[in-house]
Design a protein around this ligand. Structure first.
Ligand code: SF4
Length: 430
């Protein structure tokens, strides 16, 4: 979502006469878009600010100005604290206020911190993208009402907000006209999407399933994905879409976080292991091509060896196509950061290593099952080598193909021949 926000901020600034610079030394504005989800990510801000402030001082010595601006979730969560810790920062604005930046730069008053939660204003101020990329992100929902005990999102992105269907549709049409063939619908809890439309004089609720159907009717759009879902918000209508909508890709990121019911309860996840496993079973029954990825937290406060083994059992049962796993990182202000039964770092390190080796093994096995198969690949651009093009399969696996003709933007059948780490090499199928 930060990637999407950065693109939108760039569109907005270009529209207002600013230009993105490739030469950092020539820039007169530096904007840091920050992430607060893990401790390391937010600490990175302060080390980057240290470097930038020296640069700003040096520019001042030769009579040049530089603005340093911090946005994103750290800006939302820490606001004034950022200004206190680094005096060279000019403005701080949260993710729901970035549309105000051109106005702030033009008529700066004494305010230095902007962190309202007015999503609606932000989306109605966005500028249509001129990007010609094949695969694009589109935010459809922001914020979260789930309050998992380890997560900062409800505090930094606010309550769940769904963007209007008209607004999303207009952005999708522009992107497809510009050359996009694939859209990934984004939300912190995307499966909770719900917006009203008036049809035949009556109010109708549009959920994620309806939105996928509406967008799939756009001529020229070939693929739709969505990210990230909470298991309890996946409804039967969405499952039906995975059965009947050929543009909806058969790959679902479905975080579980832990395989232990005891830990899931402490995490306030609102689902247990058997609910999650039966949902996976149900989805696979509806569409046998579906593959899954997930998120795991290792070393949550109070996690025992038994709890950890239960996470490994879930991994063995589902055999994820890919996954993200992290050591628990206490985030200030979240309920779990107030606990006192933290797990020893060495224990968490060992558990994470063990989990990642199993997840990697499953990912490799999943990928190897595609060798010698022919799959549709959507090519998004050039690879690093001469005449090499890069694309993705329906299951998001990267594929490299050598071709003397441009493959960019094409959806083509490719026979997958080799696997190097996590990406394939293949040949166009005739
Ligand atoms: S559902 Fe996801 S975004 Fe929402 S609180 Fe839980 S982890 Fe955070």
């Amino acid at each position: 979502m930060n990637q999407y926000d950065s693109e939108k901020l760039n569109d907005l600034l270009e529209f207002n006469g600013y230009k993105q610079s490739n030469n950092f030394e020539e820039s007169d504005i530096a904007i840091l878009n920050t992430c607060h989800i893990r401790e390391k990510a937010s600490e990175k801000l302060y080390s980057d600010l240290g470097r930038l402030s020296k640069f700003k001082e040096n520019k001042k010595k030769i009579g040049k100005q530089m603005h340093i601006i911090v946005t994103g979730c750290v800006a939302q969560a820490e606001g004034d604290e950022i200004l206190k810790r680094n005096k060279s920062v000019d403005f701080v604005f949260g993710p729901q206020s970035f549309h105000k930046l051109p106005m702030i730069l033009k008529n700066s008053n004494n305010d230095k911190v902007y962190n309202d939660f007015l999503c609606e204003n932000k989306f109605s101020s966005l500028i249509p993208s001129k990007s010609k990329e094949v695969s694009k992100l589109v935010t459809i929902q922001e914020g979260c009402d789930k309050f998992c005990s380890f997560c900062v999102v409800p505090y930094t992105r606010g309550a769940e907000f769904s963007r209007s269907v008209e607004n999303i549709y207009a952005e999708a049409i522009t992107l497809v006209k510009n050359g996009a063939k694939e859209l990934t619908l984004l939300g912190q809890n995307v499966s909770s999407y719900e917006s009203d439309v008036i049809k035949d004089g009556k109010k109708k609720k549009i959920r994620l399933s309806d939105l996928c159907q509406i967008l799939s009717e756009i001529v020229g759009l070939e693929r739709i994905r969505y990210l990230t879902s909470h298991p309890i918000d996946i409804d039967d209508n969405l499952l039906n879409q995975h059965q009947k909508n050929s543009k909806l890709m058969p790959f679902l990121h479905l975080p579980i976080q832990s395989g232990s019911d005891r830990i899931l309860k402490k995490m306030n996840r609102k689902h247990n292991k058997s609910f999650y496993l039966s949902l996976i079973k149900k989805i696979k029954k509806i569409n046998k091509n579906m593959a899954f990825s997930s998120d795991f937290i290792v070393g949550y406060p109070g996690e025992t060896d038994k709890d950890f083994q239960e996470s490994l059992e879930v991994i063995e049962k589902v055999r994820f196509a890919s996954s993200y796993s992290f050591k628990y990182s206490p985030r200030p202000g979240t309920p779990s950061s107030l606990k006192d039964n933290f797990i020893d770092e060495d224990v968490s390190d060992m558990r994470l290593k063990e989990m990642q080796s199993i997840l990697n093994k499953h990912q490799t096995e999943f990928n190897l099952s595609f060798i010698d198969k022919t799959v549709e690949v959507l090519f998004s651009g050039k690879g690093k080598k001469h005449n090499q093009y890069v694309g993705r399969t329906p299951h998001l696996q990267p594929v490299h193909v050598v071709s003397s003709k441009s493959l960019e933007g094409k959806l083509l059948n490719v026979k997958l021949e080799d696997l190097t780490s996590y990406s394939f090499h293949g040949k166009l199928s005739t």
